[in-house]
Write a protein that binds this ligand. Structure first.
Ligand code: BGC
Length: 766
């Protein structure tokens, strides 16, 4: 036995190797068998250098068409030093690169082609923070499905999305890229996005691999400054920040991106606890981990070691692929020679990347995403744009509508003013790298199309984005110019007031430019820029009704606006079709139903402010201000708009909560119901929200936690009983030993239209 067994094994290895060599002489390496055995056979043929090549993910950079073949990247691909590329667009360019990989490199291993397809491809959907305000998982999944269809038709097979970082800090620009402050909602959105991108079959040519990011805790960067340090308790991580990443893993996400920040003093990129203990051992993740852009070499600046050390530390921690640093490619053989790493560790990483390529079916057809006819038919087509338009209407949040100023009529004269009114390039918002800016629909165009000859639209810019020209330049990068007007602020304002005086209603498209949020776009002042506020004040003085169409990528401080302006429609950045979608809602063809997924503070000094806070030992129970209670001298603890808030053109009333019983056991469930009535005069959708409070815990529990929601459409006058089922899953949490536990005791349950305005019930878990 002992003698024959190794012989048999070597015979099999020899056969597999022979088979693979034969396969190699064909177009690509296509050994038969299960994915794992195919990966193993291929790896038998690989040199250490070729394995390291698979771990390397350079940016395709700015080569121009025609120069592809002679670029430095092309040379590296031919040498087997590249596992994938990103930042490359169009079937022609991608095919050219893939051809080099599968025809010129020794082992003909196809490349992954990644891109930040974050909220749509060319048909751009609302920025993720906006999309989350739809609270509609099917809609969100469909937006990712369409993004995947378009991207895959254009050659892409891997997207760096979804971004699921919980954030409670509106100063942080990247809050725009996530789903807000809540881990329960964030987890459901993470799963919907992964399902949308990956579908049921990754080998199909219209699905792409998803990469959940940024693992982990990136949304808690200190002071809201991008790339900054993060430090938090494990208890908070497990209960509040890690759930969405885990949810994506549970949904089968193929890859995960390590974050720039450190976690517990060790950069996430080289954090073994995070990348191996939690991700692989605890959660059972089997895909591959990629660093963020230069995430490996940046550890030199973190003060974690030189390039050789940080590269070895990353691999040892469980990282598989190196975005841009080339630390793994250039230093790991030395570390292996010096006995600092085992080659087996490189094998493991390489195996995971090859596995992903097999899962995508790239070995069977490396050009499966390269079909110009598909690109022509499926990218930015009428159906996708229509879907982007209706999705955008679902992301808008009506913050105020005093005296039912909205919807406005398609008649008379409408004055449209503001720096964002005629701003095509800004409609798609941050991270819309594939967008066709010149074809986006501006508010001006959207309103004009909607009214046709029925009403007159008069337009004036009214103000620049900001008086500070440098800030405006920095806030309108990547071709998102606002075409700065050289006139003075007073001249611009006067012109706007002149046209507004003769109008029936004023629509002011104001707020942030697209690149005022997103990566490296943190702000310390989170208000509408002063010059725009001056414009709004001047418009208000005309005595005409003013509607703010508010563009933003983050929660803003809108205290003055809430107190003074009659109507505010928050439209985030709605995507390529935003202008049409805004018209749909302003004129009432669509009734708004979005609800905030982040708290809007009344002062930046309240940050971090979020609904699921702890009670403290001295909660403010009575009136503000109270000495020796947890509050501020200068502003109350209240936000301007709480989590879950959003109005409609109709109104809803909530009955009292009824419970199917008042005690339950952990093996049991309890039904919580409420009757919701549309008390207005038109049909509308309402997001009914359920929160719990665990009154006593072995670790203290938040004052409210979202544990259910249902979006229902009700006709005018219609009533509906809405029922939620609570099981132990909704009542459990991670205790101080990070164990998932269900603790008996009393719970409050709340149902309402937002996290503040709720009805309350109570039950006991025995
Ligand atoms: C961002 C990532 C992005 C990557 C690739 C980085 O700067 O943090 O979110 O996926 O670039 O473009």
């Amino acid at each position: 036995m002992n003698i024959t067994q190794p012989k048999l094994t070597s015979a099999i290895v020899l056969l597999v190797a022979l088979f693979s060599i034969v396969a190699c002489q064909q177009k690509t390496v296509t050994p038969a068998g299960t994915i794992d055995s195919r990966v193993d056979s291929l790896m038998q043929l690989m040199t250490l250098e070729e394995k390291l090549g698979q771990l390397n993910l350079p940016s395709a950079g700015a080569f121009t068409t025609g120069a592809v073949e002679s670029s430095d990247i092309a040379k590296k691909i031919a040498e087997g030093k590249v596992g994938g590329l990103f930042n490359i667009k169009t079937v022609a360019n991608i095919r050219e690169m893939q051809k080099i990989a599968v025809e010129k490199s020794r082992l003909k291993i196809p490349l992954l082609f990644g891109m930040d397809v974050i909220h749509g491809y060319e048909s751009v959907f609302p920025i993720p923070l906006g999309l989350s305000c739809s609270w509609d998982m099917k809609l969100i999944e469909r937006s990712a499905r369409i993004a995947a269809t378009e991207a895959s038709a254009d050659g892409i097979n891997w997207t760096f999305s979804p971004m699921v970082d919980i954030s409670r800090d509106p100063r942080w620009g990247r809050i725009s890229e996530g789903s807000g402050e809540d881990p329960y909602l964030g987890s459901q959105i993470a799963q919907a996005m992964v399902r949308g991108y990956q579908g049921n079959d990754l080998t199909a040519n219209n699905t792409i691999m998803s990469c959940v990011k940024h693992y982990a805790l990136y949304g808690a960067s200190e002071a809201g400054r991008d790339y900054n340090t993060v430090d938090m308790s494990k208890h908070r991580m497990y209960n509040e920040y890690l759930p969405p990443y885990k949810a994506a893993v549970d949904a089968g996400v193929g890859s995960i991106m390590a974050s720039f920040n450190e976690v517990d003093g060790i950069p996430a990129t080289a954090n073994k606890w995070l990348l191996t203990d939690v991700l692989r051992k605890e959660w059972g993740f089997t895909g591959f981990v990629v660093s963020d852009y230069t995430g490996i070499s940046e550890m030199i600046n973190h003060g974690y070691g030189d390039l050789q050390y940080v590269s070895a530390a990353s691999l040892d921690a469980g990282l598989d692929m190196d975005m841009v640093s080339e630390g793994l490619l250039t230093t790991l053989s030395k570390s292996i020679q010096e006995g600092k790493l085992f080659e087996k560790q490189v094998d493991d990483a390489c195996r995971r990347i090859l596995r992903a390529k097999f899962l995508l079916g790239l070995f069977d057809d490396p050009y499966k995403y390269c079909n110009e006819n598909r690109a022509k038919a499926e990218v930015f087509n009428a159906a996708n744009r229509a879907e982007a338009r209706s999705t955008a209407t679902q992301s808008f949040v009506l913050l105020k509508n005093e005296g039912n100023v909205l919807p406005i009529k398609k008649s008379g004269t409408i004055a449209l003013v503001g720096p964002l009114a005629d701003a095509k390039e800004n409609m798609t918002g941050t991270w819309s790298v594939a967008a066709r800016f010149s074809e986006s629909i501006s508010v001006l165009e959207g309103l004009q199309k909607a009214v046709g000859t029925k009403a007159k639209i008069v337009y004036a810019k009214g103000s620049n984005l900001d008086e500070d020209e440098v800030l405006e330049t920095n806030a309108t990068m990547f071709g998102k110019t606002l075409h700065r007007d050289k006139r003075t602020a007073a001249e611009l304002r006067d012109e706007a007031v002149r046209i507004a005086r003769n109008a029936d209603v004023i629509v002011a498209a104001v707020g942030e430019a697209a690149e005022m949020s997103g990566e490296a776009s943190s702000r310390t002042t989170i208000e509408i820029p002063e010059t725009q506020k001056e414009l709004i004040k001047a418009l208000m003085k005309t005595g005409k009704p003013v509607v703010l169409v508010l563009f933003t990528g983050r929660p803003l401080v809108l205290k003055w606006e809430e107190e003074n302006v009659p109507a505010i429609l928050n439209v985030w950045f709605g995507g390529s079709e935003a202008g049409d979608a805004i018209a749909d809602v302003l004129f009432g063809d669509v009734n708004p139903s979005g609800k905030l997924t982040t708290t809007f503070p009344q002062h930046v000094g309240q940050v971090p402010i979020y609904y699921a806070h702890k009670n403290t030992g001295r909660p403010l129970t009575g009136k503000w201000f109270s000495k020796f209670q947890s509050n501020y001298l200068d502003v109350s603890n209240e936000p301007v708009y709480p989590f879950g808030f959003g109005l409609s053109y109709t109104t809803f009333s909530y009955g009292e909560i009824s419970l199917s019983k008042t005690t339950m056991t952990a093996n049991d469930s309890i039904q919580v119901s409420v009757e919701v009535t549309n008390t207005g005069s038109r049909e509308g959708a309402e997001v009914v929200q359920l929160y719990i409070r665990d009154l006593v815990g072995s670790v203290t529990r938040p004052v409210k936690e979202l544990r259910g929601f249902q979006k229902v459409m009700l006709k005018a006058g219609e009533k509906q009983a809405i029922t939620f089922t609570l099981t132990k899953d909704e009542l459990s949490f991670y205790n101080s030993e990070l164990k998932w536990v269900t603790e008996p005791g009393k719970f409050h349950v709340f149902i309402g239209t937002n996290s503040r305005d709720v009805k309350q019930g109570e039950f006991e878990l025995k």
